[in-house]
Design a protein around this ligand. Sequence first.
Ligand code: F6P
Length: 474
Amino acid sequence: MKKRLLMVSNRLPVKIAADGTATRTAGGLASALEGAELENEQIWVGWPGGAEEEFDDPEAISKQLNEQNTWPVFLSQAELDGFYEGYANSTLWPILHYMVERAKFSQEWWDSYKAVNQKFADVILSIAQDGDMIWIHDYHLFLLPELLRGTNMNLRVGFFLHTPFCSSEVFRVLPHRAELLRGVLGADIIGFHTSSYLRHFRSTLLRVLGKESEMDSIWYGGREVRLLAAPIGHNHLGFQKCMEREDFGEIVAEHREELNGKRLVLSVERLDYTKGVPQKLTAIHRFLKDNPEWCDEVIFVLISVPSRQGVEEYDQLTEEVQRAVGAINGEFGSVGHSPVQFLHRGFPPADLAALYALSELCLVTPLRDGMNLVAKEFLDCQREEIAGRPGVLILSELAGAAEELSNAIQVNPHNTEEVADAIARALEMPDEERKFRIEAMQRRLRLRHSGPWAQSFVEDLEKVPAREQRVAVF
Ligand code: F6P
C-alpha cells in the first residue's frame, strides 16, 4: 500500500475568511500542486490565512477543514507580524532573491520564526503516524525538518525550496545562517529548482558549516541526505481542463472583444518587488518611444495579483506602479486607447487560459525568480488558431525557468534597451521562427508538468530507508 503523505506549506491551497468561506490561494506552489494528482492518501498542513483573532470559532473551522483532509495552523497577529511579514518576508525573502539592501533583521522576528516552526511541528506530530512521508515546502519552514527528526517517529522527510537559493556570499549575511542550514539538513531529501541553486547550497554548507558534500548527497549527523535539482512544472492538466470547457470559446470571445483588434502583450505576476514590474514599465515606455508606429497597434495587459498587502514595501510598490502606468498612458495614449492596462486583481484559471491563448507575446521579466510558472502556463495555453499566429515568450535570464526554456528570447531585466528591443523583435518575428521556438518548448513542458514532478519527488521519498536503517551507518 502507498505510504500516507503529509504536505506542509506555510499557506494552504485554500484561504479561509473569518466567516468560514474558502477561496483558492494565488501563487505558483498552490497552483502547481493542484494539478499533481498524487495517488497517495494526502493531508495538507498549513496556515489558512488571516489572524487567529479574526475567527469567531477556530475549532469549527478546524473541523470543517479536517473533513477535507486539511489541518490548519492558525497564526496570531503577533506571529503574522514576526514570523510571516517579519522573518520570512522581510529577512529571508529579500536575501534569497539577492536583494540584500532590502533585508531587515530583528531578534524578535527570529524568535517568532522559531516558535512558528515549532508550532507546525506540534500540529504535524499530533497527526503523523509511523511510516508517514512529510513533504515540507519553502523558506518559511527551514527549521521544521530538524524539529521532526528530533522525535522517535519513523518519518520520511522531504524539503523543497521554491525560491532561488542565493550564493553563499549572500546567504552568509543572515545572522542565523548556521541554524537555518542545520534545520533543513534534518530532511532526508532536499530539492531545488535548478542545478545553480543546488550548487549555491553546497558551497554554503562548506563555507558556513565546513561540510563537504557530493553532487547529490551529504553525510550529516551519521546519515545520508540526498540533494537534488528538479524544476517544478506547471498545472498542465488544470489548464487543459479549462480549455476543454464547453464555454471556453465564449470566454475567449469576450476577451477578444475587449482587445478591440489590438495585439496583446501579456504579463501576469504577484505584485512583488522581485518581479521587476517598474523596470518592465520603463522598458515598455522605451519601446513606445522608440517605436511610435506600434502605439495604436498593441495593448500591454499587466495582471498584477495583490500580495502581502500591509507590508510597507508592497504598498509603496503598488503606488509606484500605478504612477508609472498613468505616466505611460498620459504620454502615449489617445482618446480611444490606453496602451497599458494595469489589472490589480487575480483572474480565474479559465480567463487566464483564454488570455494566454490570445496573447501574441508574454513578458516575463522578474529581477529574480525561483522558477516562474507563468512562462510555462503561457507556452502551454498558446493556440495558433486562437491568437492567429504562434506567440513569443520574452523571459528574464534571472528566472529559474530560463535554464529550461532556452528557445525564449532571454533578456537581462535590468537592461531597459535590451528588453525594449526584444519587444520590437518579438512583434516583428516571422511566423516560422515563432513556430520553431514555441513548439520545441511546448513539447518539453507538456511532458514535465507538475504531475510527474511531484510523483518523482514522492517516489524518491518512498525509497528512503526506514529510520533504524538510516542512522549511524559509519
Ligand atoms: O515563490 C515561492 C512562493 O512560496 C510561492 O509559492 C508563493 O506564491 C509565494 O512564494 C508566497 O506568497 P505568499 O506570501 O502570498 O504566501
